[in-house]
Design a protein around this ligand. Structure first.
Ligand SMILES: [Zn+2]
Ligand SMILES: [Zn+2]
Length: 128
């Protein structure tokens, strides 16, 4: 009789351990699958937003200008079009700047819409 209780306790204990391990594994699996689904949804959302932004940028830049970016002559910002003054990507903030060379304090550029000034970064070496 004593041995029976001992065996029963052993079986219950083992079953409890197996059950616990299965429960833990199941919970880990659930969290893993949920995280994977969440990250997939986040990635899809990010991709959608990027596509929308790219489409908006294309529309923004479709003004008939044959844009030239990356020219810094006279202190012009390299991220803006030399010809029409638009930035390559929509700037953060309320003004979609239109850059013109700043004739008052060259080198530099001035936004003709909001008056913001752009100053090229002059390195210490080129000042000498
Ligand atoms: Zn342009
Ligand atoms: Zn501006």
């Amino acid at each position: 009789m004593k041995q029976f209780f001992f065996q029963a306790a052993l079986i219950v204990g083992a079953a409890a351990i197996v059950g616990y391990v299965l429960w833990k594994a199941g919970a880990a699996m659930f969290i893993y699958l949920r995280d994977r689904r969440d990250s997939r949804i986040a990635a899809e959302e990010a991709q959608r937003l990027r596509r929308e932004r790219e489409a908006a940028d294309r529309e923004r830049l479709a003004n008939g200008c044959d844009h030239r970016f990356g020219e810094t002559l006279g202190g012009f910002p390299p991220f803006a079009c030399r010809r029409c003054g638009l930035e390559q990507t929509a700037p953060a903030g309320p003004c979609d700047h239109v850059w013109r060379l700043d004739t008052e304090s060259a080198p530099g550029a001035l936004c003709e819409k909001c008056g913001k000034r752009y100053k090229p970064i002059v390195s210490e070496q080129s000042k000498l």
